[in-house]
Design a protein around this ligand. Sequence first.
Ligand SMILES: CC(C)(COP(=O)(O)OP(=O)(O)OC[C@H]1O[C@@H](n2cnc3c(N)ncnc32)[C@H](O)[C@@H]1OP(=O)(O)O)[C@@H](O)C(=O)NCCC(=O)NCCS
Length: 311
Amino acid sequence: MCRSQPMRWPSGKAWFLVVEQARAVDPGCQSEAEGRGHPDTALDIQGCCGSRAAGWCGRTPSSLTLLGLETPAPPSSMAPYHIRKYQERDRPRVLDLFSKGMEEHAPTTFRHILKLPRTLALLLGVPLALFLASGSWLLVSVTSLALLTALRFFSKYPWIQFKVLCLRSDLSDITKSYLSEPGSCFWVAEADGQVLGMVGVLPAAESPLRREQLQLFHLCVASECRGQGVAKALVRTVLQFARDQGYSQVVLHTTMLQRSAVALYQRMGFQKTGQFFSSLNWRLFAIPSCVFVYPLPSAQASQAQGQAGGP
Ligand SMILES: CC(C)(COP(=O)(O)OP(=O)(O)OC[C@H]1O[C@@H](n2cnc3c(N)ncnc32)[C@H](O)[C@@H]1OP(=O)(O)O)[C@@H](O)C(=O)NCCC(=O)NCCS
């Protein structure tokens, strides 16, 4: 279905997306897919919700169909994927993707914790104190090892805690949380009948009624399918949905430790507007949540119009 190894390719190398269909079929989740110039090379996908839009991505030129034009065959490295609305049968795979997507940040968190001054003080201070008290190198070695093991274990903790929180709240019933009200949605990217990516949106808690901010949640792509534009296509689906639903901003929270996600959001035009500690654990580990905002052009245009004295 996908490349067996995750990979990144340098910016500017050729890549392809095929948009086959662009008609929305779901009134509660309406958007359309369209081909447009990609900053690097050729074509890109913009939004496809419950539609039959499909994409192929690859590194080498091959065939391509765009809205009825001459169609090159998709590269063999990746099967065509499409983005559609979540269905209950997707639940096990979606939860699995989410769990793995969170757990994978533990090693980065461990490295981050090791660099904190308070950790260095602990790792040097405790063994030194023990050595001065006992003169035993063995005790020093065992203590250092035990401290490192404990830190490695605790580096998983904030992610596990976040995972449990989500599994008990919005992800406990995805249909109810994301698909029962207009103005919210949950999509999956699917290829060969297998879910390989996901993302959800809800009106931001601060402005649930005013349709101002749409908040993006749980963007995740299977590790073996990364670096092929799937997340980008999912985010574009969100942006198109937000436009269609009349939101003025798309907002999301992430941490700077989620480096791929931060790179993706920044590359797509999201701006970091602030940061905060979502709980004591995150503060303890010095991992702030960052707020990223994508102002929608229609909202920007009306703001500019307002400033210029327009209606
Ligand atoms: C973040 C994530 C969704 C990206 O998925 P993806 O399908 O690999 O992303 P894409 O292929 O669409 O990449 C789009 C852009 O993101 C950036 N990007 C993504 N992964 C990157 C990486 N590892 N290093 C640098 N840039 C990266 C690039 O700018 C890329 O654009 P480019 O290829 O044109 O340069 C994926 O890594 C993931 O699921 N991570 C774990 C879960 C997670 O942390 N989710 C974020 C929740 S806020």
